[in-house]
Design a binder for this molecule. Sequence first.
Ligand code: PLP
Length: 383
Amino acid sequence: MKSPEAVPVPLLDLKLQYATLRDEIRKVTDELYESQLFILGPRVEAFEKAVAAYVGTKHAVGMSSGTDAQLAAMMALGVGPGDDVVTSPYTFFSSAGAVARLGARPVFCDIDPATFNVDPEKLAKAVTPKTRAIQPVHLYGQCADMEPILEVSRAKGIPVIEDACQSLGAGYRGRKAGALGTFGAFSFFPSKNLGGFGDGGMVTTDDDALASTLKALRMHGETSRYHHRLVGGNFRLDALQAAVLHVKLPHLDSWAEGRRRNAAEIEALYLEMGGRPYQEGGLSFPAQAPGRHHVFNQFVVRVGKGRRDALKERLAARQIGNAIYYPVPLHLQECFSYLGGKEGDFPEAERAARETLAIPVFPELTAAQKRFLAFTLAEFSLE
Ligand SMILES: *Cc1c(COP(=O)(O)O)cnc(C)c1O
């Protein structure tokens, strides 16, 4: 096959999205500058209402980041020393970091290699009388298999915190991520599908009492001015971030559609160009499990025959953006050595860390960029 035109393909280019919203964003941020009301207030409340309506929960509480959303959710449940929280070893650090910061113990269970999310059978086996919360991660934009996880939760009376940081808008059997467990934790880090102009996060819940505890916790546990029922932190979402995010929210579904289309198109082009399967040293593309609506925050392929790092170098040489999410599973992180994790404990998480690569999928990719990306992947697979 003849090589298509070589064009740079960034992993993500947020300038293109901003260009379409510049006037609207400048209008709301200018209003905020004039008001000089930067902490919580009507902008944050309006955005919280909009997110609760979008996700389908009674409450949504703005937080300073996805990490703080996870932390506050665990604090609201009273997670602390002597408690275990079961989660995935193959995720962003904070899924376990938030647990450890509260003096509790992160307990890992291996992932399903097809979806990169926790394997519900292994999760059920990791639950003990010390388990205070279960925290499945909806990785890359696809929900974990929640039904069997919620069965364990109901049977044992253990709350579920969904780490939905990469998955605002993702669906599971007709419901949205963040509306399935006791809590949903979301991140508005700029590279998430709904990204702010800095850090931000949100916790969703249907529980009135837990929602009011979350609101207290983000204000140092304050229940009325300078009266503290709890020890919390400063976990507030900035009004400036809420204003920007509220402008972006109505576009979220169409951006996700663009990502889904691009993922399907790049895979189809790869196959059309003769790209080889994983077993032969080529690629396997992400599987969408039944009943799932995948929003492709990341488009992560698996590279066969130990060739992941070689592909990474090839893409870099051709100015095609890529990244490894995540190169070191959490049970092998230096800071968690006290937990006694070792190589071989979670073979699928370890294999994913060796074999996966995130490639561009953002909605504004051009036809020429998709062709050049698919061609580069297919050509590599045939070598
Ligand atoms: C981004 C992310 C977080 C943390 O969110 P921040 O806003 O960066 O603190 C947590 N878990 C997962 C899976 C994430 O992708």
